[in-house]
Design a binder for this molecule. Structure first.
Ligand SMILES: Cc1cc2nc3c(=O)[nH]c(=O)nc-3n(C[C@H](O)[C@H](O)[C@H](O)COP(=O)(O)OP(=O)(O)OC[C@H]3O[C@@H](n4cnc5c(N)ncnc54)[C@H](O)[C@@H]3O)c2cc1C
Length: 492
């Protein structure tokens, strides 16, 4: 039973963090209105359909499902009445140009056993690496993920002291690739573990080895598939929010956050001005300052940080059933350093990119017509700095078709029945992400975590932030954590 507090809260944006924050604020007794620029909810967690094929628009790898369940439990509801998921094992199928195929499994022992059987490294070596990953996760999660990094009081907690005392262990002074090359003799394992840097749009040749904790979530905690696809998360959370009394206003882009005497007091849309007691922006923080707070001081240093990578995705309807593919498939580049050099330094696309193919029709057959598959075919690309995207995308499409056809030993060109496209311009236009960067700031240096914007404004009272562009960072679980941190600050 919600205890009303007669206060109001506006949330700008219905990304997963915005929806999560709306549910938490409503449970704290606020009257909550979510303003969403699009006519649909979810931001990056939305969907598209064409000719009988359905595609999740953005994320596909679902970890830490308990952060979704938690929102239902907090609201006194049974999550299983709204939403369910299945456990994946194996999680990924990795393809290499020399014909090697490796599957990644959930669970340290199983992962190590399976990988050791097909690589040059022993089960003990792989287990030791995963044990270390787990230890670093437990040393860092409290400091970097569960709490604000920008509240002085959090620097005097037991977990912070533990993190500091074990600073040498967390790998802040070497890159992910340096640590992985030390750990493994097999280049394929180095490449597999380096790839996790792309989960926050960074390069393994620049990002600190602390980010080698990312596989912990997938390999040790496990990966899941929401029944009905990732969009089921958005649908069920929006339903929950509505059921507990949150109001959504779609097709309502917020044009300005109204500030009086250094206090946020309301928001303006194209047609109306509304008063609110608290305002939480789930819009990209760069655009929140640039577009919605044009007359306020900006945290220039934070906003100037280099942005993460973006993506080119072809959503292809494929007239075939590829038995050798699973839900998550990776076709690796033969030259990983050069691929990242193109994304980060040259701001271009390498001719042999690593390709990710996600096929939800493997688990949700209605996502494609019978005998067909819905391919979400993605490569990492730089964010938008005005490149000739039409040319880059056309070249990438040819290179991707050739590479996939080579590795699968089937010419896929005639099998592509229909196509939708995402490139950095689409990300920017559809989710208001600055420069079409998918993950906010890049994590290509050891201070990046500290340079993410806090979950609150230091200068404007009653103004808060949540989502992938602020602390603790991008991905579905971290966005849900950002909603949790933000709303618990308001509660405090
Ligand atoms: C291609 C791709 C693949 C990804 N893969 C994964 C993955 O496998 N696993 C994973 O966990 N994460 C993944 N991610 C990252 C994850 O999707 C994001 O970190 C997360 O969804 C960001 O959510 P958010 O709450 O920050 O809001 P966003 O999804 O960015 O949404 C923001 C919302 O705010 C709205 N908005 C912005 N400005 C305004 C305004 N002025 N007025 C009103 N509304 C406004 C936008 O329209 C949008 O709906 C992926 C992302 C992409 C794009």
């Amino acid at each position: 039973m919600i205890k009303e507090n007669n206060k109001t809260c506006a949330i700008i944006g219905s990304g997963i963090a915005g929806i999560g924050a709306s549910i938490r604020m409503r449970n704290m007794g606020y009257k909550v209105t979510v303003f969403e620029a699009n006519s649909f909810p979810g931001g990056k967690l939305s969907q598209e359909s064409i000719k009988g094929y359905r595609f999740d628009f953005g994320p596909s790898v679902f970890t830490m499902p308990h952060y979704v369940d938690e929102l239902f439990e907090l609201s006194g509801k049974n999550p299983r009445e709204y939403f369910n998921y299945i456990h994946l094992n194996p999680v990924y199928r990795y393809f290499f140009e020399d014909g090697t195929v490796l599957d990644s499994y959930h669970g340290k022992k199983e992962y190590a056993r399976q990988m050791a059987a097909k690589t040059k490294d022993s089960e003990e070596t792989i287990l030791k690496y995963l044990d270390n990953t787990e230890e670093v996760y437990h040393l860092t999660a409290d400091v970097f993920l569960y709490n604000s990094l920008h509240k002085f009081k959090n620097y005097f907690t037991k977990s912070f002291a533990k993190g500091i005392l074990n600073f040498g262990k967390i790998g802040a002074f070497e890159t992910m690739n340096q640590a992985n090359e030390k750990a493994f003799t097999d280049k394929k394992l180095v490449q597999i573990f380096n790839r996790y840097s792309t989960y926050n749009g960074s390069s393994p040749y620049l990002a600190p080895a602390t980010l080698n904790v990312i596989p912990h979530l997938e390999i040790i905690e496990g990966a899941y598939y929401p029944i009905g696809g990732i969009y089921a998360i958005t649908q069920s959370l929006v339903q929950l929010a509505k059921d507990i009394g949150v109001t959504f206003q779609f097709s309502s882009p917020v044009k300005e956050i109204v500030v009086e005497d250094k206090k946020a007091v309301g928001i303006k849309t194209a047609t109306q001005t509304y008063k609110f007691d608290k305002i939480i922006s789930n819009s990209d923080v760069y655009n929140t300052y640039t577009n919605l707070l044009p007359n306020e001081d900006k945290p220039e240093k934070t906003l100037r940080q280099p942005k993460s990578s973006s993506a080119v995705i072809f959503y292809w309807g494929i007239k075939n059933d590829f038995k050798q593919l699973g839900l998550h498939n990776i076709l690796f580049s033969e030259n990983y350093p050069e691929e990242f050099n193109h994304v980060v330094e040259k701001k271009s696309i390498y001719h042999d990119p690593t390709i990710y193919i996600n096929i939800t029709s493997k688990h949700t057959p209605t996502d494609a017509p019978p005998g067909c598959e819905n391919w979400f075919t993605m490569i990492n690309v730089p964010n938008n700095s005005g490149q000739d995207w039409d040319k880059l995308v056309a070249d990438a499409r040819e290179n991707m078709i050739e590479k996939i056809s080579r590795i699968l030993k089937t010419d896929i060109r005639p099998l592509i029945e229909c196509e939708l496209l995402l490139d950095p311009r689409v990300v920017e236009q559809r989710t208001s992400s600055a420069f079409g960067a998918i993950y906010g700031n890049a994590s290509n240096n050891k201070f990046a975590a500290f340079m993410r914007h806090p979950n609150f404004s230091k200068k404007i009272k009653n103004l808060y932030f949540c989502g992938g562009s602020v602390h603790p960072g991008p991905s579905m679980p971290l966005c849900l954590l950002s909603a949790k941190i933000t709303t618990s600050m308001i509660k405090d």
